[in-house]
Ligand binder design. Sequence first.
Ligand SMILES: [Mn+2]
Length: 317
Amino acid sequence: MQNLLDSYFPKKIKYLTLTPDKKLIVMSDMHRGDGTGSDDFAHNSLIYKCALRYYFDNGYTYIELGDAEELWENKTFDQIYITYTSIYDELRKFHNCDPEKTRYIKIWGNHDIIWEENEVSLGKIFPSIKVYEAVIINFPSDRSFILLLHGHQVDPKCRGGGAAISKFFVRRFWRFLQKLCMKDPTRAAANPGLCNEIDEELHNFAKSNDKNIGVVIAGHTHRPVYENLSLTERKHLQSRIGTDSIRKKPGTDPTYYNTGSCVHPHCITGIEIVMKNNEPSLNLIKWAYHTTEPKSESSDEYTLTVKRTLLEPKVAG
Ligand SMILES: [Mn+2]
């Protein structure tokens, strides 16, 4: 059977060669909003800002893998920019109007698909910026490519006509319900079954396609995946602990990864890509608040910090 991604394969693609000196950080699904109760990003904005600073200072190129701006709930980008001007200032540091030199690579998702035809208006913040549907990473050595895309391409509800209906629902009703703390029912993130279907479709494409793509990295589901296992699937594989709905998988497969999101309740997740011994090496990481123990037993003062943690691969010891 034909894979959905064969029919909806991205057309506007940024090609990138990964050389030993290059480091990439891939994050998706910030859903940056207007700072009100319906803005899922607000509570993580400081964590995200610290992560951006770390990646800028350490020479990474930042790939923003879609749904960076929440433009289903918000009619215009202006309010989002006004709310997060200091974050856009951090992002602007990565940007260079020369596409060969820029360290900010922006991909559209279904919630910010407006950039597909409207990148010119984003150019006021990021001069001459290009927004793409996907990135393909190739290597100086002869090996298969890595495809990075948002992932809504394989979610029928979130592309074409389905997307128009979902967007209408979200803009008209959802943001008001969300202010009353309801969860968005159109999001793959709210539905483990739908997450599984999207992951499976993207994984199948990575395993078998005629484009020499050996690895797919996506976002959209808000659920981090490393080597084709979500964190709960991996836990079940290792310890047999887990609820009934968790997929029982026979093992890892280093062909499919998902960045997760920047709207988790207490953290943001992403995937770092670096070259090690001439091979790409992928880390699933999280950034979260962290407390440091008081200096003495009698002290009642804990220090709150923002910290990067490696989730996968597990390091021995
Ligand atoms: Mn999405």
